[in-house]
Design a protein around this ligand. Sequence first.
Ligand code: ADP
Ligand code: MG
Length: 296
Amino acid sequence: MSSILSIQHISKSYGPIQALKDVSFDVPEGCVFGILGPNGSGKTTMLGIVLDVLLADVGNYSWYGGMEHSTARKQIGALLETPNFYHYLSAFDNLEINAAIKQRGHDDRDQVLKQVGLYERKDSKFQTFSLGMKQRLAIGAALLGNPKILVLDEPTNGLDPAGIAEIRELIRQLNKQGITIIIASHMLDEIEKVCTHVAILKKGTLLLHGPVDEVLLSEDQVEVRADNTAQLQQALEAMPGIKKIKLNDNTLQLTCDATVTTAQVNAYCTGMGITLSHLLLRKKSLETKFMELTNQ
Ligand code: ADP
Ligand code: MG
């Protein structure tokens, strides 16, 4: 996957508050990229910078390997703040006003309403919509002009669980249509299920980034026990791919490379003449990891 957005060494302060500290990461084309972190960690500031709404103090970024920003901007649909829709106007008419303000996507309204699942309700007044439908229309407004990239800031804020599920499903659908999606959120559990890549920020510092699978796999833990703990520990210390061994009562907790499987651990021990009485893979959920990293 080639990178559609490359962020290099970006720092930004508001007076004495340093909102971003030397942040660098790449967003691969076709992914759902989650910029995650507690409130105040610098997510909105980062989106503002890459959308040319804010200026970075230090560092730079490039879309599509260096495309001119104004050209790149035409390929990006953004939802940073909820648009002010008129309650007494229909979904269709609200999109017309939005298209006029943005000067793009006037002919896209039917298409966009289909994409966000509101085509059947195109003539209904905005005020008759559920929270999830209102937010889907807001995402629809960001889709005017047929962007290849969609940037969403806290798209599930203020939604009920049903609305959150709708948005998650919509993000999945849009990504399937080939749109790269960048989402900032402090509600990790809500978007964990849709992100393929993450960058985790805390107080402006990038703690970790990469494909969700790798971020999690690199932290897999395998638990093992055998009758002779000391002998088991000695044997495993020599096993390739095991990065750390921690003794907890009479259980050994192994931190392994992503390539190490429980079957390999078992076969290795058997080969060393040790019979395991316990073998368990503990996958860290992204949420657990996030909580640990951000000390929430
Ligand atoms: P997030 O979106 O992760 O909640 P923000 O990017 O909004 O974080 O904010 C990062 C930090 O910068 C916070 O400490 C916030 O209070 C501060 N900040 C954001 N915008 C401004 C501003 N316009 N003036 C002063 N401080 C700001
Ligand atoms: Mg924010």
